[in-house]
Write a protein that binds this ligand. Structure first.
Ligand code: PEP
Length: 254
């Protein structure tokens, strides 16, 4: 993935087994995509092979996973090591999505370990951070995001072949149809940027901070034209390949 371009990551969540996943890729490959955009698709583990096969020689969208474990191998029944994902040609992987924090009890420490393991395997960790509605109401949004971020960045490199991506995803905006305004998202991206600078120095400038939470074809343009927002993580609006193609085109002004 090119650091200078905006990045759109589709997150299918727990949708599409191998058959439907292959169909999605074949349909999406017919979409005309702006050259100024990096596009990745984060798919369930069991669909990675089908997606790879349907992509053929195409490198767009880049193949991404939705999670990985921190150990290289061992007695961790049910888990998948980053090196296994690398064998499939996975180039990016979500880590710390709020749905995993909520339903599977993932902690900041676990997320940090996963991010480090991914980067070591040459996979870009897409680190998801974001506050709950209650935390925002109580004025704790900035502190929450800073704490999540600082824990996740421990041990990571700011540059190299697997650049970190930060996804700011306010929990209350995910799947709710209530997106965070581009201005509020920008405000949080402006909180995140100095944390990256402190952790990585000048190399942090190449780290993309993307926004996620009820992004769709109607609002993507506003986010993409807001300074400080380097892309989007898109859940529901990525499930239809043609609609997602439209969204990608709407992300780049013609
Ligand atoms: C997500 O799954 O990360 C997400 C942002 O979902 P949605 O676009 O549906 O809000």
């Amino acid at each position: 993935m090119n650091d200078m371009k905006k990045l759109i990551v589709a997150n299918w969540k727990m949708h599409y087994g191998p058959v439907k996943a292959g169909g999605w890729i074949r349909a999406f490959r017919r979409e005309r995509l702006p050259k100024e955009l990096d596009v990745a698709v984060a798919v369930p583990f069991v669909s990675l092979a089908a997606v790879r096969a349907s992509l053929g020689r195409a490198s767009i969208p880049a193949l991404a996973a939705q999670d990985a474990f921190w150990a290289e191998s061992g007695a961790y029944t049910g888990e998948i090591a980053p090196s296994m994902l690398a064998e499939f040609g996975v180039s990016a992987c979500l880590v710390g999505h709020s749905e995993r924090r909520l339903h599977l009890g993932e902690t900041d420490e676990m997320i940090g370990k996963k991010a480090v393991a991914l980067q070591k395997a040459g996979i870009s960790p897409v680190i998801c951070v974001g506050e709950t509605e209650m935390q925002r109401k109580r004025g704790q949004a900035n502190r929450t995001v800073r704490t999540q971020l600082q824990a996740a960045l421990k041990g990571l490199k700011g540059d190299g072949r697997a650049p970190v991506v930060i996804a700011y995803e306010p929990v209350w905006a995910i799947g709710s149809g209530r997106p965070c305004s581009p201005l509020d998202a920008k405000q949080m991206h402006d909180v995140i940027r100095p944390v990256l600078t402190k952790a990585f120095g000048a190399t942090s400038e190449a780290i993309r901070i993307i926004y996620g939470g009820s992004v769709d074809v109607r609002n993507i343009g506003e986010y993409m034209t807001t300074t400080g927002i380097d892309g989007a993580l898109v859940g529901g609006a990525s499930l239809d390949p043609r609609d997602f193609g439209l969204l990608c085109r709407a992300a780049v002004p013609s």
